[in-house]
Design a protein around this ligand. Structure first.
Ligand code: ZN
Length: 307
């Protein structure tokens, strides 16, 4: 039976999924990424895992999602969190699997493709995807086609500048990116700043350390300070989504990543704020929650070779 593999390369884990041509996921697993020695071990890990789990005669294609900009020819200049530079994943894997189709895709783009194929983006032709995790990732699909752009920047919604008052530098080298305020890291950072600046009563003060999830839960429970924090951070996200909407005009924005587990509560806040920024048309893009969770990347990677 023809089988396809989707691989999601992450700084912590390598995730694998084996798919049939109709998109049925028949097995998934993950292992810890060993990216020492310029990735030599990582490629070996990937190939060994595939060989262990799938018979060579059945294997038709391998799609691989990479956490960094992928140029049109498949070349990757840098993966910051893996400390890998200047490589072509397809040509590395071709050495191990000469007769198998190999495709390379940026990981956020893979998540968008996955959600459109088998997740909450089904039925939509144009999609904006945003992942709210440690940072803010993004991708744009217009009329069924992934926008890759000239420099791998297309869909990098996280680095749209939205806050001119920001003083600290973003991981991208810029200042005032939405990544700095709407990511899990950004929510906690803004919460700490606000709690330092005033002495308003808040359940967040009971904890020495708290996460973005704690802030969201406090907001849901009616904590005024936490509510203000979430509204503030999501307002900036909505501002960036509005900027993206005026360029790409997708039918939906899909919100994924750990922060999106907050569910409809968060989606409603983003939608309400987003609507206020879109004034040129009555019809606004729908904000919806991603549905594939951590599996979006393996689905999307596999889709690139299933076609
Ligand atoms: Zn940035």
């Amino acid at each position: 039976m023809e089988k396809y593999v989707g691989v999601d390369v992450g700084g912590t884990n390598l995730k694998f999924g084996i798919f049939l041509s109709d998109g049925q996921l028949i097995k998934k697993w993950s292992i810890v990424t060993d990216y020492s020695d310029h990735g030599i071990h990582m490629w070996k890990q990937i190939c060994e895992e595939i060989n262990k789990n799938i018979e060579k005669k059945d294997l038709r294609g391998i799609g691989i999602g990479i956490p960094g900009p992928v140029l049109e020819n498949g070349f990757v200049e840098v993966c910051v969190n893996l400390d890998l530079h200047n490589f072509n994943p397809a040509s590395v894997l071709k050495e191990y699997f000469p007769d198998v189709e190999i495709a390379v895709v940026n990981d956020a783009n893979a998540a968008a493709l996955g959600e459109q194929w088998k997740g909450s983006g089904q039925g939509y032709r144009s999609i904006g995807m945003v992942t709210l995790g440690t940072g803010v990732g993004g991708a744009i699909i217009i009329d069924g086609k992934l926008c890759c752009g000239a420099n791998g920047l297309s869909g990098e919604i996280g680095h749209i500048r939205v806050n001119s008052d920001e003083k600290e530098e973003c991981t991208c080298g810029g200042v005032g990116c939405v990544d700095q305020i709407a990511s899990a890291t950004g929510i906690v950072r803004y919460a700490k700043k606000l709690l330092m600046e005033n002495d308003a009563e808040s359940s967040l003060r009971m904890k020495e350390e708290f996460t973005a999830e704690d802030v969201i839960n406090a907001a849901k429970a009616g904590d005024n300070v936490a509510e203000h924090i979430i509204n503030h951070c999501m307002k900036y996200l909505a501002k960036a989504l509005a900027a993206a909407a005026y360029i790409a005009d997708p039918e939906v924005f899909i919100i994924g990543g750990g922060v999106s587990n907050a569910g409809q509560y968060l989606i409603d806040i983003i939608q309400e704020s987003f609507n206020t920024y879109i004034t040129l048309s009555k019809k606004k893009a729908l904000i919806i929650k991603a549905s594939l969770g951590n599996d979006a990347g393996i689905y999307g990677a596999a889709k690139t070779v299933i076609g």
